[in-house]
Design a protein around this ligand. Structure first.
Ligand code: ADP
Ligand code: ADP
Length: 231
């Protein structure tokens, strides 16, 4: 059973002229696969991520996550699937300003009811992996933009989600931080996580196994990436 399956999914917005943000899209993400999504602004990339991440529901078609048809679930049940299966790396960091890096990274575990010792251990482990092991007690205002992005990534991964969704994770950071984030996604892929990454940069998309090209809410094509980098 695939990690994610979209079957004939449309998402329309009907304010004034109806807009097909996604138009009859079918897409399967095999377990452990690494997929990049590219397309011009307005082509439906964020809409696709929000549907897979159970933040939104389609106006037609079905979305299945970890074998569950999430379109048939209540909002509360969808939130449960999201919390158990999905790690969402947003473009904006949405960190809590009064909490330290460690407390921010541990927040999803608080919602899961994990014990304090486990929360601390997991949050520190993830902050180490994103290169912020020496910043655990800093608040967001004491961190650079790239460091905040890495705290947000640590928070997204602290529950060890099977499916990792990343919306322009390197969009607002310097080259070195961007490379560190991409290396972390490579590690997650190697560890068997399913990854869906939105990016405008071809060089970033080439880190994935395949590239889905969106245009006007439709899949224009799916390209396999040559793992030797020869393409
Ligand atoms: P969102 O995902 O929030 O809908 P967009 O995908 O439209 O946002 O854009 C994300 C970021 O990428 C923005 O900073 C935007 O200015 C920039 N951007 C949008 N389209 C392009 C493009 N074709 N090439 C390069 N950068 C783009
Ligand atoms: P992308 O991420 O590729 O920039 P989006 O998924 O954000 O594209 O948007 C796809 C289309 O849906 C765009 O035409 C956008 O204007 C429209 N859209 C997205 N969100 C809304 C909304 N909340 N209300 C109305 N139209 C929307």
């Amino acid at each position: 059973q695939p990690a994610v399956e979209l079957d004939a999914v449309s998402r329309t917005y009907t304010r004034g002229e109806p807009v097909y943000a996604l138009d009859d899209v079918s897409l399967t993400l095999a377990r452990g696969s690494y997929t990049a999504v590219m397309g011009p602004s307005g082509s439906g990339k964020s809409t696709l991520l929000n549907l897979v991440g159970c933040l939104d529901t389609p106006t037609a078609g079905t979305v299945s996550v970890a074998g569950e048809d999430v379109t048939a679930l209540s909002a509360g049940q969808r939130a449960r699937v999201r919390g158990q299966e999905v790690g969402f790396v947003f473009q904006t960091f949405n960190l809590m300003p009064r909490l330290t890096a460690e407390e921010n990274a541990a927040l999803p575990l608080v919602f899961q009811g994990a014990a304090r010792a486990e929360r601390t251990e997991r949050a520190r482990d993830l902050l180490d992996r994103v290169g912020l092991g020496d910043r655990t007690d800093h608040r967001p205002s004491e961190l650079s933009g790239g460091q905040r992005q890495r705290v947000a990534i640590a928070r997204a991964l602290v529950t060890d989600p099977a499916i990792v969704l990343a919306d322009e994770p390197t969009g607002n950071v310097d080259t070195e931080t961007g490379e560190r984030i991409m290396a972390l996604l490579d590690d997650l892929h190697a560890a068997g996580n399913t990854i869906l990454l939105v990016t405008h940069q071809r060089s970033i998309a080439d880190r994935a196994e395949r590239i889905v090209r969106l245009r006007d809410g439709e899949i224009e094509g799916i390209d396999a990436v040559d793992p030797t980098g020869a393409a």
